[in-house]
Design a protein around this ligand. Structure first.
Ligand code: UD1
Length: 350
């Protein structure tokens, strides 16, 4: 197929581009090479045969040109991460919401000329807010954001909205309500809503891949937008102890970027029902705590034991781990890279 990958020069985009090429597809990349992602480094080398159109996804004319003759759009271009502060809010909304809207509008214009492209959208597990929880007395519940007083007292696990008991985390499935808890999460959830509206209006196919915590070589580092695995690696490489926030018990699903890239290929190759944006969790299926991740990265690099700081970040969720059963059943995808192998590769020991 002829595919446009927006954000194809980024961490996930580059891996997805390689995987799509390896699967025999023709790929064009549109990427603005944003300074807050790429710094002042030269443009990354894309694989042979892949053209880079350097443009912002909010540039409608550039997007229209890039879309010409494309059967599929993989929309990964976004401003990622938890953000530095609330003063990032307009940049997030502009980059992610407006960027998605401009892309979808250009893609809709293709309907008259023939078929609208199939769109695969990079969503995130952060759209769920807190993951799935159960209360011993009240069963499945959806907790509100954690109270500052609890966090300050070192009570990091969310409480039951009915009785206030601390909750037990479980695996979140795609039918869980969307409840974004920070600006980035709100833009990703809104992007999914826009995609669903677009699919209904055009009758085209679309998939929203809810990536869990993606890691792997090529991860951005030393930016406020870097993921925790990259931050821990960077500290440990410099002989410093990784700094673990909260009590280190927060649970995540770390999914290797090569598995994520394979999920993109599966979603590209298996469009589902026309007129719908189909959500899929993309996680490894393995639950890891942030404390455990820090210990493993430090040990692999011979760095000092992690320090558990008790700090917390506003807008952080406590536990989010997925069931990716649906992606297995519908897309025929499942993660293949285990955490031992993935972390060894991350720290350069493979
Ligand atoms: C991450 C991504 C988000 C993406 C989501 C799902 C970043 C910054 N965030 O969110 O864009 O949508 O995964 O793929 O890339 N922590 C520490 N020490 C540190 C830094 C963080 O203990 O030095 C803790 C945080 O408090 C949090 C956990 O590690 O509990 C994970 O943080 P982070 O890697 O930023 O990821 P998410 O917020 O889960």
């Amino acid at each position: 197929m002829r595919i446009l990958v927006t954000g194809g020069a980024g961490f996930i985009g580059a891996a997805a581009t390689r995987a799509l090429l390896a699967a025999g597809h023709d790929v064009v990349v549109l990427d603005a090479l944003r300074a807050d992602v790429h710094g002042d480094r030269p443009a990354p080398a894309l694989p042979d045969g892949v053209d880079l159109l350097r443009a912002d996804v909010r540039d409608g004319a550039a997007v229209r040109d890039a879309l010409a003759g494309r059967d599929v759009v993989v929309h990964l271009a976004a401003k990622v991460g938890l953000g530095v502060g609330i003063d990032d809010i307009d940049d997030y909304v502009s980059s992610n919401d407006l960027g998605t809207a401009v892309l979808l509008r250009a893609a809709a214009e293709r309907v008259g000329a023939g078929q609208a492209p199939h769109v695969v959208y990079a969503s995130s597990m952060v759209v769920y807010g807190e993951g799935a929880y159960a209360c011993a007395d009240h069963g499945a519940v959806h907790p509100p954001p954690r109270a500052e007083t609890d966090l300050a007292a070192g009570v990091f696990d969310p409480r039951c909205p009915v009785c206030g008991r601390v909750l037990v985390p479980g695996l979140v499935a795609e039918d869980a309500p969307l409840d974004p808890r920070n600006v980035y999460a709100a833009t990703k959830a809104h992007g999914e809503r826009l995609l669903a509206a677009w699919a209904r209006a055009t009758g085209a196919t679309a998939a929203a891949l809810r990536f869990h915590n993606v890691y792997g070589s090529g991860m951005p580092r030393n930016t406020p937008y870097a993921g925790v695995a990259s931050i821990f690696r960077s500290e440990a490489e410099h002989g410093r102890a990784p700094r673990v926030f909260e009590d280190g018990g927060q649970r995540r699903d770390l999914v290797h970027v090569d598995d994520v890239a394979r999920a993109v290929v599966a979603a590209v190759e298996r469009p589902q029902a026309p007129g719908r944006a189909e959500p899929f969790n993309v996680g490894s299926g393995t639950v890891t705590t942030v404390g455990e991740l820090a210990r493993r990265v430090a040990a692999l690099l011979g760095a000092p034991e992690p320090v558990v700081t008790g700090e917390w970040r506003a807008g952080d969720v406590r536990h989010v781990t997925a069931s990716s059963e649906r992606a297995g059943r519908v897309l025929g995808w499942r993660a293949e890279v285990g955490l031992d192998e993935g972390l060894a590769a991350l720290v350069g020991r493979l």
